[in-house]
Each structure stands twice: as C-alpha cells, then as structure tokens.
Design a protein around this ligand. Structure first.
Ligand SMILES: Cc1cc2nc3c(=O)[nH]c(=O)nc-3n(C[C@H](O)[C@H](O)[C@H](O)COP(=O)(O)O)c2cc1C
Length: 370
C-alpha cells in the first residue's frame, strides 16, 4: 500500500518537498488525540521482551530514528507514535544556518539509497533548546540530541561551537551525540583524528557536567564509515580512555560502492553522503570492529542500511545495543518500525538467548571461543 503510494506520489515529487509533506502529516496526526492513539496502537505496539536498558535509560525497544530526519525537534512525538523507541534530533549547530543550496537530497530508488548534502540546515542551538524546553511530551520516548559544527566557524574554533550547543541543549537531552562525521560540512570529519577529538570530547563532557548537575548526561560520538580500520580502533580506544558512553556507527559515506542496481549515473555522481542499502556492509563491518575492540565497556549504536528485522538482528549479534534507521523509512514507510519490532521479537524467541542484551555481541563471542 505505502509502496504504491510512494510510486504514485512521493517518487514524482522533489525528495525534500516529499520529506516536508510527510513530516507535516506526521506532526498533524501526533497533534490529534484520537488519531495519534489509534496510529500508535497499530504502529507502535509494545513487545515486553524487547525492553532495553542502555546509557542508563529505559526504552521500549532498541530501535530509534537516526539523526537528520527531525533536525529541529519538531516531530518527536510523531516519530514515537510511528514506533521509534528513541528519537535522535539534530544535527543542531551552535548558530542557525540554511544549509547547502537546493537540490541537496537525491533518491536512488533502484538501489534503495539516498545521497544528501543538506549541510546541517537547522534553526540553531538556541531555538532548538527553547523548543525542547517548551515541549510537553505526549509519548514517553528517549530524546537524543546530536550536535555539530556551524559551517562558518573555523575548524580551530570548533570546540567552542560544540560547547555553546552543549550548554544550551544538554539539559534537554537524554543523551548527547558529538557528530564529527557528516561529509557535508567542510573539515568536520578531520575532527575524528584523535588529536582533535580528545580536546573536543573533553570540552563537551566538561560543559555537560557544568550545565547539568543533577544527572550525568550520556555522551556519544558518531563516526564515519570512511575511517580507515586503524582510525576506527583509535576512536574506540579514545572513547574508552575518556569514559565516553557510546559510539554511533555509522554516518553516511562518501564512497559509491554497493551501487549498481540501475540508479542513473548522474544521480550516483551527486556530491554528498550516501545512505541506505549500499551502506549496510561497511556499517556492519565498522560495528564488528568496534565491538571486538571495546566489547561491552561502551554502548554501540548500529546504523547504516538497516532495512528490515534481519538487518537489525545482525547488528545486535554484531555488538549493537541500540540500532537506528533513516533511509529505509523513506522506502518502507510508516510500517518500518513495526516490522522491525515484530521481526526482532520473533528472532529473539527463536534464538538461544533469553533477552536482547544476551544476544548483543554473540557473533564475536562465538568467533572467539571457537
Ligand atoms: C537526508 C539525510 C540527512 C542526514 N542528516 C544527518 C545529520 O544531520 N546528522 C547526523 O548525524 N546524521 C545525519 N544523517 C545520517 C543518518 O543519521 C544515518 O547515520 C545514515 O543515513 C545511515 O543510516 P541509514 O542508511 O539508515 O539512512 C542524515 C541522513 C540523511 C539521509
């Protein structure tokens, strides 16, 4: 049904316009009491066995909405209504900015992929903080806040920009993510080098602790799939050393591997980050590498090309406690989260593991005890 609708309506529209249209419907439904209760009953049924505790937070399940969909925190309840167990808003930058010129979002339908060069279009940390402050939650959901660098801020001054966002947003964040991995802000990904990352993460940690004194806000870093393997190891070691709470793997890729199902060559050549199905293999590989390095000392969040329950289950076995999706939501539609929950519950029931937590990293344990 959604697939037919996608073919007839969304596919003919400019992808960014389709995004805002869908967004409007979701927000409208979430504001209408009877409708939102009905939609949530159908799309977000609870599976007790999927209850997840991570980052010191209790969630209905492990599957959340990846950053970038709700940059300005305007549809948290709408996304919870659709069954996402946590919603990561952002990326929010220190200052408001318009992002890159349009067109900046492209659908590679045959490859079930997207290319985007949005460039952190967002209302800025002050406006988003005010919105989160005023929010009266309808659905109880975990809200992650993903922060990044304002484009005009020099790389050398990046830490101050992240600190500004942290001071404004940390109080409203169930967890905070330092995004150093989007390919669409010049120089941003250089911040993944440990000599830049160490002072940045330390400054954000200190700012969060200064601002929020009644609890410890969990801090995560989000990394690119394009890091060399030894750089993935270096970030993992640094995260452990600094007492970080988690690593999100991965952001979009600048590589163009894994395509070839017939997307137009002109589209494939668009500049930006590739997400969706072609990213699956590398994101999984990075996750496996991270788990081999950090085990369960740090929460790993698996994201990149998760299209269905089997993909989600594979990430859990590979070491992810939490999982996220974005691109497949565009292709699969409103039943995306429900299908993942159902399939995960079925896989868990058929597995030798009593809980999801027991399944986390099982692949690695099997490989090392062989
Ligand atoms: C249009 C679009 C915008 C995105 N914006 C952000 C962003 O602002 N911050 C961020 O950390 N990740 C952003 N992402 C990356 C996603 O959060 C996710 O890491 C990536 O798309 C891989 O997951 P997927 O294959 O399920 O889409 C964006 C992705 C897309 C497709």
């Amino acid at each position: 049904m959604y697939k037919l609708f996608f073919q007839l309506v969304f596919k003919r529209m400019d992808p960014e316009k389709a995004h805002y249209l869908a967004f409007r419907w979701i927000r409208l439904a979430a504001r209408t009491p009877v409708l939102r209760t009905l939609v949530a009953a159908v799309l977000a049924p609870r599976h007790k066995e999927l209850r997840t505790e991570a980052l010191g937070l209790r969630m209905h399940g492990p599957f959340g909405l990846a950053a970038g969909f709700d940059k300005n925190a305007i549809a948290i309840d709408g996304m919870a209504m659709l069954g996402f167990d946590h919603v990561e808003i952002g990326t929010v930058t220190g200052e408001a900015q318009p992002g890159n010129p349009k067109k900046r979002l492209f659908r590679l339908v045959p490859d079930r992929a997207l290319i985007n060069r949005m460039g952190f279009n967002n209302e800025g940390s002050a406006a988003v903080a005010a919105r989160l402050h005023a929010r009266v939650p309808v659905f109880r959901t975990v809200v992650g806040v993903n922060i990044g660098k304002t484009k005009v801020v020099e790389e050398a001054d990046a830490a101050a920009d992240y600190v500004k966002s942290t001071e404004r947003l940390a109080a409203h964040a169930d967890y905070l993510v330092v995004n150093v991995s989007s390919p669409n802000t010049p120089g941003l990904r250089n911040l993944q080098a440990t000599e830049s990352l160490r002072p940045l993460l330390t400054a954000v940690r200190e700012a969060a602790d200064r601002t929020v004194t009644d609890r410890r806000v969990p801090l995560l870093v989000k990394i690119a799939p394009d890091l060399a393997d030894e750089d993935v190891d270096a970030v993992a070691d640094l995260a452990v050393e600094l007492g970080l709470d988690g690593i999100i793997a991965t952001n979009t890729t600048i590589a163009r591997e894994g395509l070839g199902l017939g997307s137009a060559p002109a589209l494939v050549q668009e500049t930006g980050g590739l997400s969706g199905a072609p990213l699956k293999e590398r994101s999984l590989e990075v996750l496996r590498r991270l788990y081999a390095r950090v085990g369960d000392r740090i929460v790993l969040v698996g994201v990149g090309g998760i299209e269905n329950a089997e993909d989600a289950w594979q990430r859990i076995l590979a070491g992810a406690t939490l999982i996220q999706g974005y691109s497949a939501f565009i292709y699969e539609g409103p039943f995306y989260a429900r299908a993942i929950h159902r399939g995960l519950a079925a896989r868990l029931a058929a597995s030798p593991y009593a809980t999801l937590a027991e399944a986390v990293g099982a692949d690695h344990r099997k490989a090392t005890t062989r």
